[in-house]
Design a binder for this molecule. Structure first.
Ligand SMILES: [Zn+2]
Length: 843
């Protein structure tokens, strides 16, 4: 009884995992053939690392497309802590983008994706810190859970568990946890609570996917002892697809657009090296699966199924894939007759896809709207068409989650379209569509996921589906489809989204941070959007009582779903310094709604909806600013110009091609956005104009750039070399090297308190070597490291000043960190007269 229960739950789990939403795939005859071969391979590989982009797509593609193994990638984090090259989203919103990019990558290389609850909290120099912030036991539990659920025969670590401190602490941690998880997954005493839902599992062996990179150079690697390494020739050419393995891997890697990891494929021989770490050693070193039966014999009663699938593959007709349908349906029936087990669930899904592909069976459920609220009725247009001579009947459709079956009993004749329209009643209790890992507040190191069953699931869980029950050759087969919403874009063509479940009302506060440099009140706009027709209620902006908000309530009425309205509250700050979070709360019929809807739209990923608490950080701060006019040159993308506007400055975004002496004349300060010298090629030819601007008595502020791919060597008027120095401890003590320097005194007096409450990290890519014309102003370091003096460097040049800063202002300002505002104001106000020789003031 217990066993049956476990297996039913297992079935449920696997079906959640497999049926994540994606655009319908329309494989061609060669791709179908490939899927048939995969159907006949019962072996599993799990690749483990820490971030989106750590994975070796060449190896994943090779394992999936050449070996035909189920190939998973467990990225412990969703990459929330990185930088975003394509838009303003940071932190958890960036994690949402990177999650989708990984899913797109896996669609290309054939892998499957998993995550743990670990949050990419930012750069970490060693695994001790990482594992402490993550909560090691929980992340280890998730890794063990993934092993027990996915049941890999072989595990491959991207990183070396024996070299802490040589790479990102997340990287080493991923390998260390993998080594532990390998031992624990089969131990029923480890994380026993999981065994209500999964069984223990022992992977056969674990490897480290090494490369010359880990040895320092190609020469050192060539010279190294390779007796414990196995070399795999991954430079395969897939003739039916017309691409090399490396070309597929490059396409996959190019999905990481938010990281700017476009990649060009190569051709020809290629070797991947794996170092054996633990488990059963390889004797012949010919296959990672040595000693594992990867045929259908692996499953009790599976032998005849394997034989039948081999026959299907041998007789497969590339000109007529539909000819395989009778035998495929037979194989499907045989699989259904097996005892419940891991492979039965997986192979059932695989073979259903193949049957649909071979018959050109297209099934789709399209919602009449992009959004719907809980409890509402959604009209669905159902499309079903069979494009083969196979005998088919659309018996019924079942809508999920209401589980209502409608019998249709219509024949699906070759290439005759069947359209049906049905109404689907959404339950009042249905969850809003949003990344499940963001639903509850998490900690710095870990997302909160209350339902164990959801842990590891890569994508947003979409609950509204339609099951098409189709009789093919007399056998009824259920095909599940997630309800989609699609429309035509005049330029891009078919836009394919999914139905989103939204609250009745969402509100957006127009600013995320509101600065009050004095006691003058400010107006704050709140946008109200209706999730359904005819809503009527009150809105309030909730702030602590020392903040005055008028009026107390604003009534609103919206007649039509999707329309919006903006209302304004007047906010008066207290006289003394204060920080508060204002919440926008709507009340309709006594029910409170406090969510903001954030839609993330990029061409390369599925549209994402995130629901966050609608709030604004209000800061009463004694910030002194002068009236400088600022020209801002955008780099990789940041929200600093918005913050400058909040501070009261006039900011103009100047495009690189607009940089001329005449254009700059009206400005006092030029500021470059983050990584401008990595991403804006045109700047290479504008440096002389910018330096002349400084020479003539103005100020130039350059924010951080990375060491890679600078568009010019000469980013400053004096020699300056960026290094990889960074201070990741955001609250590391900051020492003032030149306490009387204007940058620390005018117009705002900076104190050590101004470096408290910083987020994620203090700064990055500090210059290490710089001309003596520069005065280093600040010094700090992570625990146990030498002092880093390159955070803020100021050099007089002509009558003006050039400032280089690796401080992570781009993170702190949008978070409303007061000290960051004061320091930036001082940099902006540096006066041409500042020309104090270094040695005199250095203390
Ligand atoms: Zn990484």
């Amino acid at each position: 009884m217990q066993k049956i229960l476990i297996q039913t739950l297992l079935l449920l789990l696997l079906s959640i995992q497999i049926v994540h939403a994606q655009k319908p795939q329309k494989p061609n005859a060669a791709e179908i053939y490939d899927q048939i071969q995969k159907l006949n391979f019962l072996g599993t590989v799990l690749y483990i690392a820490a971030h989106p982009d750590d994975e070796n797509t060449r190896l994943i593609s090779y394992m999936s497309n050449d070996i035909h193994a189920r190939t998973g990638y467990l990225s412990l984090t969703r990459g929330d802590g990185g930088q975003n090259l394509i838009g303003p989203q940071l932190r958890e919103l960036l994690g949402v983008i990177r999650t989708q990019e990984l899913l797109e990558a896996r669609k290309i290389d054939g892998g499957e994706q998993f995550f743990s609850r670990a949050n990419d909290f930012g750069y970490s120099k060693n695994p001790e810190e990482t594992l402490q912030i993550w909560d090691k036991e929980k992340v280890l539990a998730d890794l063990v859970w993934t092993i027990r659920k996915f049941q890999p025969d072989v595990i491959i670590n991207r990183f070396d568990h024996r070299s802490p401190g040589t790479t990102h602490g997340h990287h080493t941690s991923s390998a260390m946890l993998s080594m532990e998880g390998f031992d624990l997954a089969n131990n029923a005493a480890s994380f026993p609570e999981q065994l209500q839902l999964v069984q223990t599992w022992q992977p056969k062996r674990v490897f480290f996917n090494t490369s010359w990179w880990f040895y320092g150079s190609k020469e050192k690697f060539d010279a190294a002892d390779k007796t414990n390494l196995i070399g795999i020739s991954t430079g395969v050419f897939y003739s039916t697809i017309g691409k090399s393995n490396q070309e597929i891997a490059a396409l996959s890697r190019s999905s990481h657009k938010s990281q700017g990891f476009g990649s060009t494929g190569s051709r020809g021989e290629d070797t991947e090296y794996l170092e054996f770490l633990k488990g059963e050693p390889l004797k012949e070193k010919k296959s990672l699966f040595e000693g594992i039966d990867t045929s259908w014999n692996r499953v009790k009663g599976g032998k005849p199924i394997g034989e039948l699938i081999s026959m299907i593959a041998n007789q497969y007709d590339f000109k007529n894939p539909a000819a395989s349908i009778p035998n495929l349906v037979k194989a499907y029936t045989m699989i259904q007759a097996l005892d419940e087990n891991h492979w039965k669930t997986i192979k059932s899904e695989e073979i259903k896809k193949i049957i649909a592909s071979c018959s050109g069976l297209y099934l789709e459920a399209v919602s009449n709207a992009q959004e719907a609220t809980p409890g509402s009725i959604v009209n669905l247009k159902l499309e079903a068409i069979n494009r083969s001579s196979a005998v088919m009947e659309l018996v019924s459709v079942t809508t999920i989650p209401e589980q209502k079956t409608t019998f249709l009993n219509s024949d699906l004749k070759n290439n005759i379209l069947q359209n049906n329209s049905i109404d689907l009643q959404l339950p009042q209790s249905i969850n809003y569509t949003q990344p499940y890992w963001l639903k509850e507040p998490g900690t710095l190191g870990l997302y909160t996921v209350e339902d164990q069953k959801n842990i590891g699931i890569p994508d947003v869980i979409r609950e509204v589906k339609v099951v098409f029950n189709i009789k093919i050759n007399g056998i009824e087969i259920p095909f599940e489809r997630t309800v989609v919403y699609k429309y035509n874009d005049d330029v891009k063509g078919e836009m394919y989204n999914f139905l989103d479940i939204v609250p009745v009302i969402t509100t957006t506060i127009q600013e995320k941070v509101l600065l009050f440099p004095n006691t003058r009140s400010k107006y704050i706009g709140i946008n109200i959007k209706a999730g359904k027709n005819d809503i009527k209620g009150n809105l309030k902006l909730d702030l602590p009582k020392e903040w005055k908000v008028t009026p107390a309530f604003i009534p609103f009425q919206l007649d039509k779903k999707g329309t919006d309205q903006t209302v304004y509250f007047e906010v008066t700050p207290p006289a003394q310094m204060s920080e508060a979070v204002g919440k926008s709360i709507a009340t309709i019929d006594g029910i409170l709604y406090d969510k903001e809807q954030i839609n993330i739209n990029y061409d390369h990923i599925t549209k994402q909806q995130v629901l966050k608490t609608a709030e604004v950080k209000c800061i009463r701060l004694d910030l002194k600013t002068n009236e400088e006019k600022i020209a801002y040159i955008m780099g990789a993308g940041d929200e600093v110009p918005k913050s400058l506007t909040q501070m009261g400055y006039k900011v103009t975004i100047v495009k690189p091609e607009e940089i001329t002496p005449e254009k700059l004349e009206s400005f006092d300060v030029v500021m470059t956005g983050v990584r401008a010298y990595n991403t804006v090629q045109a700047l290479a030819n504008k440096q002389e104009i910018l330096f002349d601007f400084v020479k003539n008595g103005k100020t130039m502020i350059v924010q951080y750039n990375t060491t890679d791919d600078l568009v010019t060597e000469k980013i400053a008027p004096y020699p300056l070399k960026i290094s990889r120095d960074r201070v990741t401890e955001e609250n590391a003590e900051v020492r003032f090297l030149v306490p009387n320097h204007p940058a620390l005194n005018y117009p705002n007096a900076i104190t050590p308190n101004d470096f408290k409450g910083w987020k994620q990290e203090q700064g990055l890519y500090y210059p290490k070597e710089f001309d003596k014309a520069f005065t280093p102003i600040l010094s700090s370091n992570d625990k146990g490291e030498s002092a880093k003096d390159g955070a803020l460097l100021i050099a007089p040049y002509g009558k003006g000043n050039y400032i280089y800063t690796g401080l992570s202002l781009f993170r702190e300002l949008p978070e409303g960190v007061p000290g960051a505002y004061k320091l930036l104001s001082n940099m902006i106000s540096i006066k041409p007269s500042v020309n104090i020789p270094n040695q005199k003031i250095k203390q």
